[in-house]
Unconditional design. Structure first.
Length: 394
């Protein structure tokens, strides 16, 4: 795990009120071998399926060319030469913002026709000094893009959005010309000042909700807000399964007891070992918040205690299908997912002793052994949620 700031990335969107498909496309991905993060937001002209297809084309090209370390001007020329142009208005069918973050170096931003990226250092606006790129090829001659580069610091935030945010409320008595960049910045500053540790997910949601409210909750355009938040990582340990050798019971318990972060224990045998070795009392609950799973247990110094393999299997399924409209319940698996989403660095401490009960052929086929389920969860957390994940087998 790195001492560098963790980058929390989250985006929220609402569709044009008449559309079922969003014409904005957001991509974020970690290039692990290069310690990089690449973020792209593209806004297709109009709304609906056609806008989504064009935005997807643009975002995919932007991501791939950035990943290949192509120079900004070259990326812009290729994208602009590829995209069709509206015959009447002579404008491209899609806009884009590209953010290329070297976690141990600089961050570069390239923008074409999206609202300018807003950067906060703490609760104050930070200006990295922008410059213009003028395109020169026949098809793109005269078109201008913005770019900048800077070295982020802890507690920096970067906010990117589509036109639906800054133009929300247009035509209303309060915002006849739209909400606008200045009002947006003032709103963000107010939120950060009142809640200095507001998460990227919470801030993005508030921006989209306010934009929708400006339009009386009938958005006149696809509306997307994305936030990148550089901060200290939030750590979580999930321990499941007894050690392969009984002599390692104390080591397992000590690792849990000494861990500096939130803690989850999954499995009755595991919690019995930890309770015995740390001399802590275990209290069982009889409240069933999920009919498919046993209820929670409690122990001092541990944030969540659940059953093992069944619960972890359900956690994997929830994580796989989770999206911005998912509402988590109070069940054990839902609570684990919530803690995962709130954490940045997640460590799994996995005991490798086989539980004979899980080899019973009469049990459901999908009841996989613990190690397989945990590896599946770890991959989802890394690939879909960009979490830093470490596995330790004992």
């Amino acid at each position: 795990m790195s001492d560098l700031p963790f980058v929390e990335i989250s985006n929220q969107h609402v569709n044009h009120w008449e559309s079922k498909i969003c014409g904005d496309v957001f991509i974020s991905s970690r290039v692990r071998e290069e310690n990089r993060l690449i973020v792209v937001l593209s806004d297709g002209l109009g709304h609906g399926i056609k806008a989504n297809v064009l935005a997807t084309l643009t975002a995919t090209m932007a991501y791939n060319f950035t990943n290949e370390h192509k120079e900004f001007r070259k990326i812009a020329e290729i994208i602009m030469n590829t995209l069709p142009v509206d015959s009447e208005r002579q404008i491209s069918y899609s806009t884009f913002t590209i953010i290329d973050i070297e976690l141990d170096g600089e961050t570069r931003i390239l923008e074409y026709d999206n609202p300018q990226c807003i950067i906060f250092r703490g609760n104050a606006i930070y200006d990295p000094v922008w410059s213009d790129i003028l395109l020169l090829s026949d098809k793109t001659k005269g078109k201008e893009l913005r770019c900048c580069s800077f070295k982020p610091e802890k507690e920096d935030r970067m906010i990117i959005c589509s036109d639906g945010v800054v133009q929300s409320g247009m035509g209303t008595a309060k915002y006849p010309f739209g909400w606008g960049r200045e009002n947006l910045m003032e709103y963000i500053e107010r939120l950060i000042t009142l809640t200095p540790d507001i998460s990227a997910a919470r801030l993005a949601l508030k921006l989209v909700n306010m934009s929708s409210a400006n339009d009386q909750h009938l958005p006149k355009d696809d509306t997307t807000a994305a936030v990148l938040y550089f901060r200290n990582p939030r750590k979580l340990l999930l321990c499941t399964g007894p050690p392969f050798e009984k002599d390692n019971d104390l080591e397992l318990a000590s690792r849990v007891g000494e861990y500096d972060g939130k803690k989850i224990i999954c499995g009755a045998t595991t919690v019995e070992i930890i309770g015995r070795e740390l001399k802590r009392e275990i209290t069982d609950s009889f409240e069933f918040h999920d009919p498919d799973l046993p209820p929670l247990s409690f122990m001092d110094g541990v944030d969540l205690i659940t059953e093992g393999i069944l619960t972890l299997g359900k956690v994997a399924e929830i994580l796989k299908r989770y999206n911005s409209t998912t509402r988590l319940g109070k069940g054990p698996a839902d609570q684990i997912v919530k803690l995962f989403l709130e954490s940045d660095e997640i460590e799994f401490l996995i005991g490798t002793r086989i539980n004979i009960a899980h080899q019973d052929p009469s049990l459901p086929v999908e009841l996989e052994i613990r190690r397989t389920v945990v590896k599946r969860i770890a991959k989802i957390l890394e690939d879909k949620y960009l979490k830093e994940v470490r596995l330790k087998f004992i």
